[in-house]
Design a protein around this ligand. Structure first.
Ligand SMILES: [Zn+2]
Ligand SMILES: [Zn+2]
Length: 296
């Protein structure tokens, strides 16, 4: 019971119930939104310096770690300005006096390019790294994060999907749906569910490495898990990394980044497998290509 003579005066009705209380509004994700990733699921930390980053998708679906705050555009060199439009990060400026920057432009664990306008922000991050280390809350890794927010498992298959090659985050039968369930947790269903059509393992010519870079000891053919024979909608489901139930509910939000990385034979040469899996129905790969094969 409320002990006041005039409860109506402070926002409560005569019987003590709150006045003008509206039912909480449920947030919904637009079905045609370019990204369904929840803001609360974008936060991460740089493994090289410990500072906070925010993961966004780029328009080519690669995840990119942006510095959480905005910086005055005049301080950021032309090629390093980013902005976020409809939840998607774009490596250009949008004409506003503020812009975002890639974490690498500020990461104190990378060599300092000496950009004058970014020195203050870079120094603040370096100080924060020192504070985190002094407090025992951060131990630096050797390498700064690339476009991969999770540690790379050793058996990552190459997948052919929508006529593009991707490196999968984990073995085929362990790839899980990224959608958020009604209980606000990440869905635990696999993409390769019992009543879905599986892909097939095929040998494809190993793609040429881009530019002047060449990886050592690449075989001429490599194993790939081919999904291009599946209906287009099924391939879109795999690309969106959603189970069959969540593929049918486009308004469900994503609780995690998808794990696909565009396959690059130079960057991913340790994941190239020259042979098909031994068992025809296997979704796991044989031993990976040895990194340093003995000379013939
Ligand atoms: Zn960093
Ligand atoms: Zn699901």
């Amino acid at each position: 019971m409320r002990a006041t003579n005039n409860p109506a005066a402070d926002g409560f009705a005569w019987d003590g119930t709150p006045k003008n209380r509206r039912p909480p509004r449920a947030l919904r994700v637009s079905p045609d939104s370019p990204t369904k990733l929840l803001r609360s699921c974008q936060a991460g930390h740089c493994t090289a310096c410990g500072n906070r980053v925010e993961w966004y998708y780029r328009d080519n679906d690669r995840p990119v770690p942006l510095h959480p705050g905005e910086l005055p555009t005049r301080l950021v060199p032309d090629g390093q300005r980013w902005h976020v439009l409809s939840g998607v990060a774009r490596p250009t400026q949008d004409g506003s006096p503020w812009c975002r920057v890639h974490h690498h432009s500020l990461c104190p664990a990378t060599p300092d390019p000496g950009t004058p306008g970014l020195q203050a922000a870079r120094r603040n991050l370096a100080l924060n790294t020192r504070r985190l280390m002094d407090a025992g809350r951060f131990t630096p890794h050797q390498n700064p994060p690339d476009a991969e927010p999770t540690p790379a498992p050793s058996r990552r298959p190459t997948v052919q999907l929508l006529h593009l090659l991707y490196l999968a985050p984990v073995p085929i039968d362990q790839i899980l749906c990224v959608a958020q369930t009604r209980t606000r947790h990440r869905c635990t269903l696999p993409l390769l569910a019992p009543r879905t059509t599986p892909g097939t393992w095929i040998l494809i010519p190993t793609p040429a490495t881009a530019g002047h870079l060449s990886a050592p000891n690449l075989p001429t053919a490599m194993a790939a898990y081919d999904l291009t024979q599946l209906p287009y909608a099924e391939q879109l489901r795999w690309r969106a990394q959603r189970c069959s139930a969540h593929a049918a509910t486009p308004s469900a939000a994503d609780a995690a980044l998808t794990g696909w990385e565009p396959f690059d034979p130079f960057l991913h040469h340790q994941h190239i497998h020259p042979h098909l899996p031994v068992a025809a129905n296997s979704h796991d790969l044989p031993d990976p290509l040895p990194r340093h094969p003995p000379p013939p």
